[in-house]
Write a protein that binds this ligand. Structure first.
Ligand SMILES: NC(=O)c1ccc[n+]([C@@H]2O[C@H](COP(=O)([O-])OP(=O)(O)OC[C@H]3O[C@@H](n4cnc5c(N)ncnc54)[C@H](OP(=O)(O)O)[C@@H]3O)[C@@H](O)[C@H]2O)c1
Length: 311
């Protein structure tokens, strides 16, 4: 009886060890091996050389980094954001790579029909193979202290716009796959904040959790046609993060974009850069009481920094 129990424990232990080893190997493959591979020819071959990529929030930060990468890889670009001069400057820069770029100037916090018609009209006559929903905005404050206009703004820009742009561009991605026989890609930008309950930035976290829950099922609904990635980065050195102390986890938006693109077509969820994945792994093993205390303190400090810079 005792021998049988010992044998059972050994077998269970061996199974757990194999599962742990597979998870570690998969982590290393995703976060250290994939980003080292050349991406340009892989992405062009997979989605079609000279096809078009649409990026929201393209004029700055992470969206701009995606645009610069994809232009280098030979994709034509549809750049969407709020400030025409910034879009014009980026368009001129990207066209030096020999690609075509179009701009759509729209305030995406206005989630009425005409806003999205501008985007679909601009994408209607091109071979759209990639959509990147990158636009997003954050706030760090106790919930009752957030002005109600900010609550509406966050919901509109993070939730409505991501859901509606995804919905209105899916038929164009599916048209691409039907006419070219190649895959299309949808990359929705969330945040690590959407993965954990995050006191002090609860609304932003809920919006980003929404994006994750919208995105991952699409990977399965359209698995025959599309590569879908729910991307959850941590801190990047962009305008959104100004006022926060540069830290070991702060990476450039270029590094984040590179890591995310290396995961497109290979994974369904990703933290992108290995440093951000390490942090997520660390958070997931911290006791929730301690985690919540750290998150709240950190978020309220970020809120002070945001208000100091006038956000
Ligand atoms: N930065 C971070 O540490 C961090 C961490 C995790 C996740 N993220 C996520 O990464 C994404 C990109 O963030 P980021 O740091 O690159 O932001 P960012 O540097 O602040 O850039 C935001 C971009 O969105 C555009 N935008 C802002 N409001 C808009 C509006 N109402 N209508 C249309 N366009 C608008 C901006 O255009 P204009 O320049 O014309 O205003 C700009 O191109 C977001 O979804 C964010 O939640 C960021």
């Amino acid at each position: 009886m005792i021998l049988a129990a010992l044998f059972l424990f050994q077998v269970l232990g061996a199974i757990l060890l194999v599962i742990a080893a597979v998870n570690v190997a998969r982590w290393l493959w995703q976060y250290t091996w994939l980003p080292r591979q050349l991406q340009g020819s892989r992405l062009a071959e997979r989605y079609g050389p000279g096809s078009w990529a649409l990026i929201t929030g393209a004029s700055d930060g992470l969206g701009k980094a995606f645009a610069q990468k994809l232009a280098r890889y030979g994709f034509n670009l549809l750049l969407v954001s709020r400030t025409q001069e910034k879009l014009n400057r980026l368009q001129t820069e990207l066209e030096t790579f020999g690609i075509h770029a179009r701009t759509v100037c729209a305030d995406l916090s206005n989630s009425s029909e005409p806003t999205y018609s501008l985007i679909t009209a601009a994408a209607q006559d091109v071979d759209l193979s990639i959509v990147i929903n990158c636009v997003g905005v954050t706030v760090h404050q106790l919930y009752a202290d957030i002005p109600s206009s900010t609550v509406r703004h966050l919901l509109s820009l993070n939730v409505n716009t991501t859901a509606i742009v995804t919905h209105t561009t899916l038929p164009l991605l599916l048209r691409h796959t039907a006419t070219t026989g190649r895959r299309g890609a949808l990359l929705n930008v969330g945040s690590i904040v959407g993965r954990f309950y995050w006191p002090g930035t609860q609304l932003y976290g809920a919006c980003k959790a929404f994006i994750d829950h919208l995105t991952v099922p699409l990977a399965f609904e359209y698995r025959a046609q599309l590569d879908v990635l729910s991307f959850q980065p941590t801190v990047m050195a962009t305008a959104m993060a100004t006022g926060t102390e540069p830290a070991a986890i702060t990476i450039t938006p270029q590094a984040a974009a590179h890591a995310a693109l290396s995961h497109l077509g290979r994974c369904v969820t990703s933290h992108g850069h290995w440093r951000h994945a390490m942090l997520a792994a660390l958070f997931s093993i911290l006791p929730s009481k301690l985690r919540n205390r750290i998150f709240l303190k950190n978020a309220l400090e970020m809120g002070d920094a945001e208000r100091a810079k006038g956000n």
